[in-house]
Write a protein that binds this ligand. Structure first.
Ligand SMILES: [Zn+2]
Length: 91
């Protein structure tokens, strides 16, 4: 993450740190009265997610970088096209 040190609201210095959550985070451009989901920014992680960022205590503003990785499939089905990736025999 590039060095973001100035608060975009007050211009004050921001402290570097980590937003820590074992839970997931969602983003939506629309406010919701009940949870309807949106774009998932973070997967839940029992070890805890550490999102590097910068905080301005005065403005209670945090700028952080998220790192969404899609879940690994629980089971990989065998390919039905076994020879698909093999080069075709030259005739
Ligand atoms: Zn500020």
């Amino acid at each position: 993450m590039s060095e973001v040190k100035k608060c975009p609201e007050c211009g004050g210095e921001m402290e570097k740190g980590f937003l820590i959550s074992p839970r997931t985070l969602w983003w939506n451009t629309q406010k919701q009265e009940v949870f309807l989901g949106g774009e998932q920014l973070l997967r839940s992680n029992w070890k805890g997610n550490n999102l590097e960022g910068y905080r301005c205590k005065k403005c209670q503003l945090i700028v952080f970088k998220y790192d969404y990785r899609p879940p690994e499939p629980l089971y990989k089905w065998p390919s039905l096209h076994r020879n698909k990736d093999k080069p075709q025999a030259q005739t």
